[in-house]
Design a protein around this ligand. Structure first.
Ligand code: NAG
Ligand code: NAG
Ligand code: NAG
Ligand code: NAG
Ligand code: NAG
Ligand code: NAG
Ligand code: NAG
Ligand code: NAG
Ligand code: NAG
Length: 681
């Protein structure tokens, strides 16, 4: 009997030991015990976003954490209870297809863990959670069924009532082992479960559209700060001599299914890098005073979420606000958009003939709007730049005339606002995206090639120089002097697209004190009142870097007196204070570089809260504005641990009862025996 008891005690300790296997040996406190029982897993969550009429993204179904045993998708033919599904990357699409079709299956999905799939980037046919025509509602033409992104599955634009996490590389290995363990021990008494803490405030409060969640303060609007800069600085006190403006635009934000894994290397960051390299190349030229046009560079944020940045920029121009003072709408002559500069397709085959002849040639496509004299000028400038780049094997073609119009880009906003805008979008593709990973976490540094970014930058900078000079006989030698610094392009790629060195690279550290090392280009939310002189803690690392970089490169006093620390009157003299974060003093340079808030034009910040303005029928884009907001949350967590199955608990209970009964019996018998012995004595 005592033996029996021992058996159970052993079973207990054995079980405890098992769950701690391979971990800490020394257990000194409760936290120690906890650490060894729970494995915290690092992953990147998909979060809940809310628009004016609905929701997308992921959330726990209620206010509670979700706990469910882990099982591989291939072993999950039918689910009889709530489970955590482990997906290898090639199963992602079939899983989401099944969720859409099979409601019983969908009901039993407790949570989803996705392996990153970076290792099969080459083998994948492609993966894009975006729509086939991203943001079609903003297109300035009717054919919104056109498929710019044919592999787009649209999965990031749906609503899921379960948490989904992308696992980091190390965590994926841990979880794979665990799933295997679960599979092997199907009949044993323990299972490994995942516990998800992805409780979203909008879910808790039941606010399922942006108007109600902003009122209840359970969400914040998506947005951030765009940056613009002028070469040379604009002297606001002598506007009468203003020159026509040529605007060159790139975007700096990317979307993805997983919030903090939005790199967008090919689209749009390669365009941003080309633009920065082009500004750098121009800044090294002499005689910029003689240019006949004003060059303005604009780097937008929030473009993935209803073109927030460009729509707000145009609205601020209409309102003539401080953020855009010095820019005059009527002076815009041409708009130049740099959306994408590829990529893995560095060897682009032009057409289907003469394959062998085009080896090593980097070809770009110019998608232009309308046929006006200004558009023709743009095209001529691009051709002129191409001529000068013949030896470097960079070519440009005009996009297929049977395209319905320009591809998805910020130029859509400009054209929709004013159909006479002349502009060009420089892309690496003709009729459909060449980026196989549009809006996915796999659009990373391995998806692009520095030589094609440098080629795009060369094409951009030389054509801008041709346009800005505006002379018939620009000498070949003058144009040949405009050269892009290829090592700068490579350095920018390392800073903006990888964790190593990431934002702690010399170039970035020279200007700002970054808040994190690994870059992510998710737009973020607007904290507090938007302003043209925002407190720096509200501005993202990348916006601050771009601002400092542009201010430095476009400043007129560059290199002359770098010792003049910023003083109160730096801004009153038309200057800006760069590098203020790194040494606390900064350097005052003369430059016209400003932040422009980027948030929905349907929103207004009024005495501490956000108000959704009613739709205004004279604002066509405002009518289709989704007014995206992101739900608040307290903490996001993911961990795995071992639990005993209920059957095992029953067995233990029965065992316990048996032990108690036997012990009682033993006591009774013993007592009786002793009493008998005592009596006999
Ligand atoms: C701006 O223009 C005014 C008037 O032409 C001139 O007095 C002033 O020095 C200029 N400022 C700068 C920074 O060039
Ligand atoms: C351009 O292409 C030609 C022919 O394919 C090749 O010989 C040459 O090396 C290339 N030039 C550059 C700079 O890649
Ligand atoms: C333009 O696109 C159409 C349809 O997508 C295709 O049939 C045609 O061959 C393309 N033309 C060129 C020059 O690529
Ligand atoms: C980029 O493309 C060029 C030309 O095709 C190739 O030689 C080079 O190795 C590529 N670079 C990277 C980093 O893939
Ligand atoms: C064209 O070039 C010639 C010689 O370089 C120069 O004399 C002339 O002024 C130029 N014309 C223009 C309009 O710049
Ligand atoms: C090119 O860029 C690299 C890296 O930023 C820099 O060290 C170098 O001085 C630059 N070269 C020129 C000519 O500006
Ligand atoms: C450079 O800045 C220092 C410190 O502010 C100042 O004393 C000096 O006069 C400036 N030199 C020039 C040429 O502006
Ligand atoms: C609608 O927009 C027009 C033009 O932008 C503006 O004049 C008007 O005041 C707006 N109406 C409302 C109700 O906001
Ligand atoms: C809001 O999101 C839902 C879910 O994706 C979508 O069906 C709806 O069209 C969106 N509303 C707007 C105004 O875009």
């Amino acid at each position: 009997m005592a033996f029996n008891f021992l058996y159970f005690a052993l079973l207990f300790t054995f079980h405890l030991q098992f769950s701690l296997a391979g971990q800490t040996n020394l257990m000194e406190s409760v936290p120690d015990l906890q650490n060894s029982m729970y494995k915290v897993v690092d992953g990147y969550p998909c979060v809940r976003l809310v628009n004016s009429s609905g929701e997308i993204g992921c959330s726990n179904p209620g206010r509670e954490k979700v706990v469910a045993p882990i099982i591989r998708f291939k072993d999950a033919n039918t689910l009889s209870r709530s489970s955590t599904i482990l997906l290898s990357f090639d199963e992602v699409e079939s899983f989401f297809a099944r969720i859409a079709d099979d409601s019983t299956f969908a009901r039993n999905v407790g949570g989803v863990l996705v392996e990153s799939g970076a290792e099969f980037q080459d083998k994948l046919r492609g993966f894009s959670p975006a729509h086939k025509f991203p943001q079609a509602e903003f297109a300035p033409y009717k054919s919104t069924n056109y498929e710019w992104n044919p592999i787009g599955s649209g999965i990031m634009w749906r609503r899921y009532n379960f948490p989904v996490f992308l696992l980091s590389k190390n965590s994926a290995v841990t979880i794979q082992e665990v799933a295997l363990e679960n599979e092997k021990k199907k009949r044993s008494y323990t299972t490994v479960v995942a516990e998800f803490d992805l409780v979203m405030q909008t879910m808790k409060a039941g606010t399922h559209d942006s108007k109600s969640c902003l009122t209840e303060e359970t969400c914040l609007p998506l947005g951030g700060y765009s940056v613009w800069s002028s070469l040379l600085p604009i002297n606001t006190s002598s506007l009468d001599q203003a020159k026509p403006i040529i605007l060159a635009v790139a975007s700096m934000d990317a979307a993805s299914f997983f919030r903090d894994k939005s790199l967008g290397a090919d689209s749009p960051i390669s365009g941003l890098i080309s633009l920065l390299a082009a500004v750098d190349a121009l800044s090294r030229l002499d005689g910029l005073d003689d240019l006949n046009k004003q060059l303005v560079f604009l780097v937008l944020t929030g473009e993935s979420w209803g073109y927030l940045g460009s729509r707000r920029f145009l609205l601020e121009l209409d309102l003539q606000s401080d953020a855009v003072s010095g820019l005059d709408n009527s002076l815009f002559e041409m708009v130049y958009f740099l959306a994408v500069a590829d990529a893995d397709a560095e060897v682009v085959e032009v057409g289907s003939v003469g394959k062998g002849f085009n080896q090593g040639v980097t070809n770009f496509y110019a998608h232009t709007t309308g046929v006006s004299s200004a558009t023709k000028k743009l095209w001529d400038a691009l051709k002129h730049a191409e001529d000068s780049l013949k030896s470097e094997n960079v070519t440009i073609s005009s996009a297929n005339a049977s395209n319905p119009g320009i591809p998805p880009s910020s130029l859509m906003t400009f054209v929709k606002k004013n159909s006479l805008t002349s502009g060009v979008v420089l892309e690496d593709f003709d009729t459909v995206f060449s980026n196989k990973f549009y809006d996915s976490h796999l659009d990373d540094i391995s998806n692009i090639n520095s030589s094609s970014i440098a080629a795009a930058a060369s094409l951009l900078v030389r054509s801008l120089y041709v346009l800005a000079s505006d002379t018939k006989n620009l000498s070949t030698s003058a144009l040949a002097a405009v050269n892009v610094n290829v090592s700068l392009v490579e350095e920018l790629m390392g800073c903006l697209l990888s964790c190593e060195p990431g934002l702690s690279c010399e170039l970035v550290k020279n200007y700002i004190a970054p808040s994190s090392t690994c870059p992510s280009h998710y737009v973020g939310v607007v904290l507090d009142e938007p302003s043209s002189t925002p407190p720096l803690e509200y501005v993202s690392d990348v916006s601050r870097f771009v601002w400092n970089f542009l201010a430095d490169r476009t400043s007129v006093l560059k290199g002359q007196n770098t010792s003049s620390a910023c003083s109160q009157d730096c801004s009153s003299e038309g200057g800006v204070c760069i590098r203020a974060e790194t040494d606390g003093k900064g350097v005052c340079v003369v430059s016209t570089t400003r932040y422009v808030p980027a948030y929905s034009t349907r929103l207004q910040f009024h005495s501490g809260t956000w108000i959704v303005l009613p739709p205004n029928s004279s604002d066509l884009m405002g009518l289709v504005d989704p007014v995206w907001t992101e739900s608040n949350w307290n903490a996001i967590g993911l961990r795995v641990y071992i639990v005993q199955s209920a059957a095992y608990d029953c067995l233990v209970l029965l065992g316990g009862i048996a032990v108690t009964a036997l012990a009682y019996l033993a006591i009774v018998i013993t007592r009786a025996t002793i009493a008998k012995i005592l009596k006999q004595d």
